[in-house]
Design a protein around this ligand. Structure first.
Ligand code: ATP
Ligand code: MG
Length: 255
């Protein structure tokens, strides 16, 4: 059974960077195999991990729907789709990455989605950890392509709007009846300490942060130079904060 960590939150709050730093932690601590899933249609987890992505599940399904692909004889449509999904899985020395991406059409992907869900569920069983970077709106969660979540990280930047979004995501999780075992609140890009306005907004919404990630220039530098966040040094302030958060999360996990 794999342990699934999903990262959600307001647009630009740092979901992708945090997902990449979690993957960094797992690699550095030999907690593999790791499957990274970029579930944001505007995919960029690959870039944060120093990879170039050419093929996505969305593009492949699009082609599958539009073009009449000749399925090799003796192969069912389902087996063929699974074979194609396997080819999208990007393997690196330390982890594997599945990029969902977005199809161009508005067509209903109900059939491929069912297969996709089965594929991800089965795939997940081969990994110790599955890290899922989500889109800001969490729409795909409601589309049911996501399996059970062991740890949902709800990320906010150091803003009142971000903090309010945490509550909305928590409501959405309840409305969608997502099976989430544990939720952690993460406040990212904090320059010094939490501003009193943020503290009072958190109190008003009865929210308690589980982690505070400092504003870290090394993340911005890595972004500018298009370097992998896995390569950040151990003394980066954000790395240290994520390492502490992961130690906390994994202390709940039965090994
Ligand atoms: N702790 C941090 N310190 C400094 N910069 C950060 C930090 N976390 C994220 N950033 C920067 O903030 C920007 C947004 O981060 P990121 O792309 O991870 O957010 P996101 O929530 O995934 O965004 P989106 O909603 O667009 O997917 C990026 O330029 C990233 O380099
Ligand atoms: Mg992102």
């Amino acid at each position: 059974m794999s342990f699934t960590i999903a990262v959600a939150g307001k647009g630009g709050s740092g979901k992708t960077s945090i997902s990449a730093l979690i993957i960094r932690y797992l690699i550095k601590n030999n907690r593999h195999p790791v499957l990274a899933v970029d579930a944001d249609p505007n995919a960029n987890l690959g870039e944060s991990l120093g990879l170039k992505i050419h093929e996505t599940v969305g593009l492949m399904l699009d082609r599958f729907q539009k073009e009449k692909i000749d399925i090799p004889s003796g192969m069912t449509k389902e087996a063929y789709l699974e074979y194609r999904l396997n080819t999208i899985l990007l393997e690196t020395r330390d982890f594997e990455l599945l990029t969902m991406g977005r199809g161009e059409g508005q067509d209903c992907y109900c059939y491929p989605n069912t297969i996709l869900r089965k594929f991800i569920d089965r795939l997940s069983d081969s990994y110790v950890f599955v890290i899922m970077d989500n889109e800001a709106g969490m729409e795909h969660l409601s589309r049911g392509t996501t399996q059970d979540i062991d740890e949902l990280l709800i990320v906010s930047n150091h803003s009142v709007k971000g903090i309010r979004t945490i509550s909305r995501i928590q409501e959405l999780v309840k409305e969608l009846k997502l099976r989430v075992k544990n939720e952690s609140i993460v406040i990212n890009m904090v320059s010094d300490q939490l501003d009193p306005f943020i503290v009072s907004e958190l109190a008003a919404l009865k929210l308690t942060p589980d982690a505070i990630i400092p504003q870290d220039d090394l993340i911005l530098q890595a972004d500018l130079k298009q370097q992998s966040l896995v390569e950040l040094p151990d003394n980066s302030a954000a790395v240290k904060a994520i390492d502490r958060l992961m130690t906390k999360i994994l202390s709940h996990k039965k090994s």
